[in-house]
Design a binder for this molecule. Structure first.
Ligand code: AMP
Ligand code: GLY
Length: 426
């Protein structure tokens, strides 16, 4: 068989890590990333493909063997359905299955009907109804916008004053547009979080090592929620819960989706809370997580092409994932001000050679130099025989070998103490 051309859709650190994993495969000779970014373009071909037709024409002209969709937005827009209809092999959930992420109301309703453990909740489609529902919960409680909000639609609130402010912003000011026109108000779950990626053809599944995101901006899990400030893998402490997760969450959700005629084919992200009452679902996503992918894929020994082919041919039951020993950590370097307003165009200093690897996110090139071009600028990723060693490598290079003005990052990625004693006082 001739070697493959893979097209990765997306332009962040996750897609850089995915492209890199494909590039390790002896079965692949070309990886293109669309749109990618100027940092990814240092290593891979990148191209802007604005419409579904552009993607299709590129696939046909450039003999793309497989498309891998990174982010949720193209899934919500139906890119995987379109490509599959045109006969292009594509890894990415269908639009219908993607609702598990793109509508939190859909996901909660499914979990409740199929008795999948999650926080108790109320759905509100109107401002007054939402205000009334606040009275059903004690504080802290959680308010979630229904639709996609790039990590900015979840509010853990400590008081009724703040809850009312959040609801007013969503319903009256329409701060998240239509994404915030239905909300979920839910019980705050006490516990520690892990992420797990499920690889599935809809029927059979296998899962990856556990990883852990750090969603809050500041050390000690304080400050506002972000798209993710760093991750590490594996999380060995979560292994004790794997059977419970499979039996109570993964098997039932895949079955539920089959029963609802939207079987899930691709990679299902489970965001989980380990609580005293067992493991509960925080959220499902219809794709790999960012920044967890940047910490998980470097440990993967199995060829990513083989994983994708098992999904496409309905043979995930034959897949046995193999992992490198040791740990991997990914620290996000963000712009000052993120996740709120931030400036861009700040020069990025990188002193090669590095022991860590860089997966670029919000960067662009001006006059042959990379400058910041987004909230999350890049991920610095290091492996080690254990977490301590991986942390040491990555943090030695941040600020000395990789830096930019206003660089903001967490110093405590991979320090388990945050998750075992969750202090949520802000
Ligand atoms: P989500 O986008 O639903 O994953 O929420 C973002 C983050 O908010 C999660 O990773 C948790 O840290 C936090 N969160 C969301 N829902 C809850 C909940 N019911 N209880 C506690 N924390 C939550
Ligand atoms: N790490 C959270 C997400 O990818 O949504």
């Amino acid at each position: 068989m001739s070697r493959m051309h893979i097209l990765v859709i997306g332009g962040g650190g996750r897609e850089h890590a995915i492209a890199n994993a494909f590039a390790q495969s002896p079965k692949v000779d070309r990886v293109t990333v669309a749109p990618g970014n100027d940092g990814i373009a240092l290593q891979f071909d990148t191209i802007t493909l604005s419409t579904d037709q552009d993607v299709l024409q590129f696939c046909l002209r450039q003999k793309v063997d497989m498309v891998f969709i990174g982010p949720e937005l193209p899934i919500e827009q139906g890119l995987s359905d379109f490509l599959r209809k045109e006969g292009i092999a594509c890894i990415g959930a269908s639009k219908a299955a993607g609702r598990i992420e793109t509508s939190k109301v859909f996901a909660k309703d499914l979990m409740s009907r199929y008795r999948i453990p999650t926080a108790s909740y109320v759905i509100a489609c109107e401002y007054e109804q939402a205000l009334d529902a606040l009275g059903l919960f004690s504080y802290p409680l959680v308010i979630k916008a229904d639709g996609l909000a790039a990590g900015k639609g979840v509010f853990v609130v400590q008081s009724s004053e703040v809850a009312q402010e959040v609801l007013s912003k969503l319903f009256v000011d329409k701060s998240l547009g239509i994404s915030g026109q239905s909300v979920i108000i839910e019980e705050y779950m006490e516990g520690w979080e892990v992420s797990l990626f499920i690889i599935t053809d809809g029927e059979n599944f296998t899962s990856t090592v556990f990883s852990q995101d750090h969603k809050q901006l500041l050390d000690g899990d304080k400050g506002s929620n972000t798209g993710g400030m760093g991750a590490y893998a594996p999380v060995d402490e979560a292994e004790a819960y794997r059977d419970e997760i499979n039996n109570n969450i993964v098997i039932p959700i895949l079955k539920a989706m089959r029963a609802e005629s939207c079987h899930f084919e691709g990679i299902l992200y489970c965001g989980l809370m380990i609580t005293d009452q067992g493991v509960k679902v925080v959220e499902f996503n219809c794709r790999l997580g960012d920044p967890e992918t940047q910490a998980v894929l470097p440990l993967l020994k199995t060829d990513l092409v083989d994983i994708c082919q098992a999904i496409l041919t309905g043979q995930v039951n034959k897949l046995h994932l193999e992992w490198d020993q040791g740990c991997c950590i990914s620290v996000v370097l963000a712009s000052q001000g993120y996740p709120n307003q931030y400036v861009t165009g700040i020069p990025i200093f990188i002193d090669e050679p590095l022991e860590s690897k860089i997966y670029f996110a919000g960067v662009r090139k001006i006059d042959e130099s990379l400058v910041t071009n987004g909230g999350r600028v890049l991920n610095l990723v290091a492996r080690g025989s254990d977490l301590k060693q991986a942390r040491c490598t990555v943090y030695n290079e941040i600020g000395s070998k990789v830096k930019f003005g206003g660089m903001t990052y967490r110093r405590d990625i991979g320090m388990r103490c945050n998750t075992l004693i969750r202090t949520r006082t802000k």
